[in-house]
Design a protein around this ligand. Structure first.
Ligand code: AMP
Ligand code: GLY
Length: 416
């Protein structure tokens, strides 16, 4: 039996804790900092995910055997390196491997080196050079901050003046700080987006059911890009033929490329894919589980997650058989009124009786014994059902039982 500590505080972390709780091999579960929902199934402590020393002390005091590092920032800052060097097993890529997500310039270069299909792009360190490039560019085009920017450092520009202001925003006014010191100008890809997450042990890769996220804030894909407003799994468009293409052209070349470059990638690789007329292309890699995709995908896992984590860390993913349900996983984000721009927090929440669904907390906290909102995305309501229609009915039929001032959700998640 193991004591396990999860780092992070969102719905994704609640789904990870929920899955670990089902394991026969987990004794005590801890989460830092967690949220009010996670606190119902794990011991939580208010520590920053960047306070590696504090987390190490807390883990030691509680005889923690394994730390699951979930969010991108601590992975990029070397959380797995830090805990491993001090003798605690940690799940996730080390900092050099996490560069697949933490530097878009690095990941573009990686894909070019290893012949992995992606949008053509050019990298710029100076705003003058980037602006010059705009004169002969084709529109629309995509401008991206090189570094981590909470999923918001990507701007799709339909003409030169939008592109000019994107460069100014990222490189001159530094809307995302250092993340915009270097930018990428990229070819615009059109098609349907699909997510494939996979476990990787450094040598082998095991793919989870595909999923689709809905990134825009409002129904009909209107409004600003968000961290994601809902997801479902699997994607009906990610057919067996697409899966074979993905394995042959993207997943296996990625693992082979990592090995050739001397990068020992252990953890989850997230492939953000565009299904273009010209075949599958990688939009981005993430070095972690997606949010909210995880809240739709992990409920489909039938194997013990601890066996998978061990196999990843020990390089034995080829020795285990991972079982997934062939049902449909579905999740809808319930957000605060102004999300993703102006989020007002601290509203009291009421929850009615829910059946055959799981409510994952994202931005919730307890204040004077009362459950209150504490973030942009407040909950994800998830269900597993025989098909997408059934799953939608379960979630949308009960979503209004969760109430707080100005709450909002998309009504078209899973409409495909
Ligand atoms: P990223 O952070 O790279 O995943 O980008 C965020 C979102 O912007 C993606 O999920 C896509 O919807 C969109 N996007 C990024 N790159 C491109 C591209 N080259 N062409 C079209 N859409 C893109
Ligand atoms: N849902 C997209 C992400 O986690 O990056």
């Amino acid at each position: 039996m193991s004591n396990v500590l999860v780092m992070g505080s969102g719905g994704r972390e609640h789904a990870v804790c929920h899955t670990l709780k089902k394991s026969k091999r987990v004794d005590k579960l801890f989460c830092v900092p967690g949220n009010a929902g996670i606190a119902e199934i794990a011991e939580t402590k208010k520590l920053s995910v960047f306070d590696f020393d504090g987390i190490y002390e807390y883990a030691k005091e509680n005889n923690v055997d394994l730390i699951f590092v979930t969010p991108d920032d601590p992975l990029a800052k070397g959380a797995v390196d830090y805990f491993t060097e001090r003798g605690i097993r940690a799940f996730g890529p080390k900092a050099d491997a996490a560069r697949l997500e933490s530097s878009k310039a690095f990941s573009k270069d990686f894909m070019a080196r290893h012949g992995i299909p992606t949008a053509k792009s050019v990298i710029f360190d100076s705003s003058e050079k980037a602006t010059e490039y705009l004169d002969n560019a084709r529109y629309p085009l995509v401008i991206k901050a090189d570094g981590l920017a909470l999923g918001k450092g990507v701007l799709i520009c339909s003409d030169r003046s939008e592109a000019q202001s994107a460069i100014e925003q990222l490189m001159v006014s530094k809307a995302f700080g250092d993340a915009g010191d270097r930018i990428l100008i990229e070819e615009f890809l059109s098609g349907r987006e699909v997510t494939v997450m996979a476990f990787c042990d450094g040598k082998h890769i095991s793919v989870m059911p595909s999923s689709q996220d809905h990134k825009r804030a409002y129904d009909g894909d209107k409004g600003l890009n968000t961290g994601g407003m809902g997801a479902f799994a699997p994607s009906p468009f990610f057919t067996e033929a697409k899966k074979s293409e993905f394995m042959e052209k993207i997943a296996l070349p990625t693992v082979k490329g990592l090995i050739e470059d001397g990068i020992d990638y252990k953890g989850v690789i997230y492939f953000g894919l565009m299904m273009t007329d010209d075949g599958l292309k990688v939009i981005e890699y993430n070095s972690r589980l997606g949010d909210p995709e995880t809240e739709a995908v992990l409920p489909l896992l039938e194997s013990d997650i601890m066996d998978i984590i061990d196999a990843c860390i020990d390089g034995k993913l080829d020795k285990i058989d991972i079982k997934w349900s062939d049902k449909t996983g579905f999740t809808v984000v319930i957000a605060s009124g102004g999300y993703p721009s102006n989020v007002i927090k601290g509203y009291e929440i009421s929850i009615g009786k829910l059946n055959d669904v799981v409510l994952f907390h994202a931005g919730t906290a307890l204040k004077d014994g009362k459950l209150v909102t504490s973030g942009g995305r407040v909950f994800e309501l998830s269900a597993v059902a025989d098909d997408l229609d059934e799953a939608r009915k379960l979630v949308y039929g009960q979503i209004d039982k969760i109430g707080f001032k100005d709450s909002r959700y998309r009504t078209d998640i899973g409409k495909v």
